[in-house]
Design a binder for this molecule. Sequence first.
Ligand code: ARG
Length: 458
Amino acid sequence: MEKMWAGRFTKALDKTADDFNSSIHTDCRMYRQDIQGSMAHAAMLAAKKIITQEDCDAILAGLEGILSDIDSGRLEIDMNSEDIHMFIEAELTKRIGDTGKRLHTARSRNDQVAVDIRMYLRSECDVIIDLIKSLIRAIVVQAEKNKNNIMPGYTHLQRAQPVLFSHYLMAYTYMFIRDIGRIKDAVKRMNLSPLGCCALAGTTYDTDRNMTAAALGFDGITANSIDGVSDRDFCVELLSAFSVTMMHLSRFSEELIIWSSWEFKFIELDDAFTTGSSIMPQKKNSDMAELVRGKTGRVYGDLITILTMLKGLPLAYNKDMQEDKDAVFDGVDTLKRCLEVFAPMIETMRTIPENMYKAAQNGFINATDLADYLVKKGMPFRQAYKIVGGIVACCIESGCVLEDMPLEKYRSFCDMFDSDLYDEISLETCVAKRVSQGGTGFASVEKQIREVKEFLND
Ligand code: ARG
């Protein structure tokens, strides 16, 4: 097939070079955005009398036909084309003749591709935000189901203080809410139209960039034509937001994997989201969670790909920039797939509150509360801390827990101890008394659940 840019060349492009140069396998997924962009451009050219209304009508009808034919499968995208822009323009000319050749007036593939990617990513971000919301919804349902279940909270993966399992889960909802905020924020900056920047310098035609921007749902236009075609900051920003979301999913995955191990057994993932071993009949593995954890590195890699591609790239468009789509689309696809599997995995997970409670009973996680007991009776915290440290050591030596140590024994450490200490160190009291804002107390967790539900209903 003769290239559209063949004019100044005396030879056809080498076959291997042609394949190497082509981006159709990647950018074919932007056919809808490319056609929509072309339609807005044609309408603007007619409104500004750069092409006749008659030509515009033919172009619009032709493009509409191509769109519905690709949608319905009647028209197959030719994978020998250089890219999606060339394919659609060639197909248009095939269908409506020479009029099709007027479409590219006052436009370049450089602003065309820049507008296509922005529109494509904008709609994918809507899908991703909805998927994150579904995940938050699934977490909230689990939090409500497990509202009063006590588990050990950890620091250094050592049992630290008792918390509600619901409090633990709700922590993740706030991470995902921030992730949505980051994506929306990046989309806001991305949503300016570069269409009309042309190759890099703008155009000699009296175009109306605001008209195409408005028709395509942009909030405005990019102010500098060189920046408009060279900027891929939005890919960096989105991939960085996606990386943070993946990092959150990965941390959550790690918890699920640990919690489902026999050493913990706080939860059991549904059979539909786990796999077996080919040799060990007893195995039930958390493959989905492990894959999500593994794929996190891949999205980080996509981010680094774009950053490295852009580093040292002179203005304006360079072919290096064609590499942007493989990376940013991979980030989009990977995150979507991870979210699609994560929400139902959380929804169907079974919790085992008895095991959580048992684990909470055995790690002296009420030691802080025992120290606070003395502090409330007037002892300075450091002194109380030291006494309780001695008591814990004594318990470990005699193989008992704080709840089991007799009062006389307590009194041998400090005569401020009374029988009311046992109430103070019960796990339920420890949780109930953590009434500080955002703490694990029952009312605080209920407030969090309310707040996050409001966010979801917004
Ligand atoms: N396929 C190209 C890309 O994705 C389109 C832009 C080509 N522009 C050019 N001047 N060669 O970046």
